[in-house]
Design a protein around this ligand. Sequence first.
Ligand code: SAM
Length: 299
Amino acid sequence: MNIPEPTLGNPQGTIAVINKYKFVFQKKFGQNFLIDPRVLDKIIRSAGITKEDYVIEIGPGIGTMTQYLAAAAREVTAIEIDKTLIPILEDTLAGYENVTVLNEDALKVDLCRLAEEKNGGRPVKVVANLPYYITTPIIMGLFENRVPLESVTVMVQKEVADRMKTGPGSKDYGALSLAVQYYARPELIANVPPNCFLPRPRVGSAVIRLECHKKPPVQADDEKLMFRMIRASFNQRRKTLVNGLCNAGGFGFSKEEAAAVLEEMGLPPGIRGEALNLEQFADLSNRLGKRGDFGKEGT
Ligand code: SAM
């Protein structure tokens, strides 16, 4: 297969396409297109794309990164919600025979089925300059829906990248950090300033690579319960862990039982949830799971 060299990814190429199609940027879709070839190269290199790989791209825009992905991968599926971009993609991706564009909301596409059909169910690589308004649902959807994943290399808001990779003791630490780290090993690849995009976003951005674990790094007997406890303790960040859990309700154990479990774990009774690492949350939910009555409320 003869794959053309990328033509987009610089300000001139992008502006020419925008003008040719009189494309109007839609804020509601988080449209900030990449116009820096060095950033694109860095994303492709850090994602470690090879000719063996099947890649899913979320939000191709005018097809800038798609061209780079198509040149590096075996096959690419690009999912774009904005129908006004579809004729543009047909033009910019003409000749890239290994690319399929789906005009869909990425949150509604059955990615497990896509991985099955296109990659025989083997782990896929997801690469995207994400629309920032749905970063968390997209990433959590990939993990929670058990899409077979090798890695997820994405451009996100800088602050979100910080939240994904941090641990206890940082103000950025929260439910997202723990969820991401349960499923993957995050690595910050690069900080990317607003002038690498058209139009410029108001926030700084960063490329983060999530190398997916083959097996979770901790043993949680009931994953859903552990994540409910994590959410309950971060919903009330300023409260102690015991109060956070008991105020959330529905767990079926008393304050005394929760305090006793903390003591068993060698933790002070007044500790806050934000001081616990992933291993401690797994341990806590395993111990409390044996005491509570979880039939009362759906997980
Ligand atoms: N990949 C292009 C680039 O790097 O230049 C565009 C990235 S832009 C930040 C995000 C893209 O995601 C836009 O093209 C936007 O229309 C698309 N998008 C927004 N919400 C989406 C959704 N729910 N499903 C699929 N695509 C979406």
